[in-house]
Design a protein around this ligand. Structure first.
Ligand SMILES: [Zn+2]
Length: 392
């Protein structure tokens, strides 16, 4: 039964002042500065429903993390110079910072709290732009991620008896979420990412398809450097609806990292916001078709803070709100952030929500062929394994 009030409401956005506390320092690419232009664009598009994320308890963190790791994070959170340990190193991707346990437990609480509301029938779609910390491992920090909020939210749904479809669109392989549910047949993880041959975390190959008890429930679709919208969208539209039809999830959890955009400084894919918008709308359709609308979307990576991240978030929100994409970005939003962008030597807020179709380069034929071969192989294997699992 769907909650009638929830269905008519606009999506809930998880964001509050404490979202800004997750901060590795001024020169780190994952800066809370992203929330300024990002949340402001959501408000300018009409977002009015916000939830300040609560902190999760240690007991809740233990669903995905080793107790010893949580203790280490707590200790480094008070004494950031005590490392390096457990993935934290001052010279690496994850420098320990003062208060990081509380900051990361609040990111986790945002996704877990969102899932609790979805499971209670109070919300249908929730968007947590500060979530999506998909690299965090049971016993170590990795790739700007401390606690795996996505895995914790998935665990919550799974422990309540749901079958979860997780779709990860970040340019980096969703390795932490995959590892945590590697051998769990009730969670299907699907990651679209730049190939591990050229990008961190160097994993996520087509052959990696789940543990012995859960064959076919990890799906990896690696893309070649230089991929643009055409083959990425073709692979997405080929794979995700077919997997949903075979697996019949009852909850969707998604990660919309916008570091796959051609303007992003970290990855080497060449997507535009057209592909991102199409992807979000496809996932919305699947949430309604299979899961009575139950859908938690998270933000994830994205490091071009004025040109890309805000519009990527806006397009997820618009898909969840079932609203058309306006052709232009709000003029007052652009004027509010142009000076700050210039001050940080970043490109100015763009005029349009969707990039002009000729922004992205045409893919080399061998790149597209390579991608689609990988996609077909990943799909064939997953469907075969899921069928055998159902039969057995
Ligand atoms: Zn919807």
């Amino acid at each position: 039964m769907q909650h009638p009030a929830a269905e008519s409401a606009q999506p809930l956005v998880v964001y509050g002042a404490s979202s800004l506390h997750y901060d590795f320092g001024a020169h780190h690419p994952m800066t809370p500065r992203r929330f300024g232009p990002g949340i402001d664009l959501l408000r300018a598009l009409g977002a009015e429903r916000f939830l300040a994320p609560p902190e999760v308890s240690d007991a809740q963190l233990h669903r995905a993390h080793e107790p010893e790791y949580v203790s280490i994070v707590r200790m480094l959170s008070e004494y950031p110079d005590a490392g390096p340990m457990a993935g934290f190193a001052s010279s690496g991707d994850d420098p320990a910072f003062y208060g990081m346990h509380e900051a990361a437990a609040t990111v986790a609480g945002g996704s877990v709290g969102a899932m609790d509301r979805i499971l209670a029938g109070e919300e249908v779609h929730v968007f947590h732009p500060g979530g999506g910390h998909h690299h965090a491992m049971p016993g170590r920090a990795s790739g700007f991620c401390i606690y795996n909020d996505v895995a914790l939210a998935i665990g919550r749904a799974r422990d309540a008896g749901h079958r979860v479809l997780y779709v990860d669109l970040d340019v980096h392989h969703g390795d932490g979420v995959e590892a945590i549910f590697w051998n769990d047949p009730e969670v299907l993880t699907v990651s679209f990412h730049e190939t591990g041959l050229s990008l961190f975390p160097w994993t996520g190959f087509v052959d990696d398809s789940g543990g012995p008890q859960a064959q076919g429930t990890a799906v990896n679709v690696p893309f070649e450097s230089g991929t643009s919208d055409a083959s990425w969208l073709e692979a997405l539209e080929m794979i995700v609806p077919a997997l949903a039809a075979a697996y019949r999830p009852t909850v969707l959890v998604t990660q919309h990292g916008s570091d796959s955009h051609m303007l992003d400084p970290l990855g080497h894919l060449q997507l535009s916001t057209i592909a991102m918008s199409r992807a979000a709308r496809l996932l919305d359709g699947l949430a309604h078709e299979y899961a009575a609308g139950r859908w938690l979307a998270t933000g994830g990576g994205g490091y071009d803070l004025y040109r890309v991240v805000p519009r990527a978030w806006g397009l997820v929100w618009l898909a969840q709100a079932h609203r058309d994409v306006p052709p232009e970005t709000p003029a007052e939003w652009r004027s509010r952030w142009a000076a700050e962008a210039a001050r940080h030597h970043q490109g100015p807020p763009p005029d349009t929500m969707l990039d002009p179709p000729d922004l992205v380069p045409v893919e080399p034929r061998e790149v597209a062929e390579h991608n689609l071969t990988a996609a077909r192989t990943a799909l064939r294997r997953a469907l075969g394994a899921l069928e055998r699992q159902t039969a057995g």
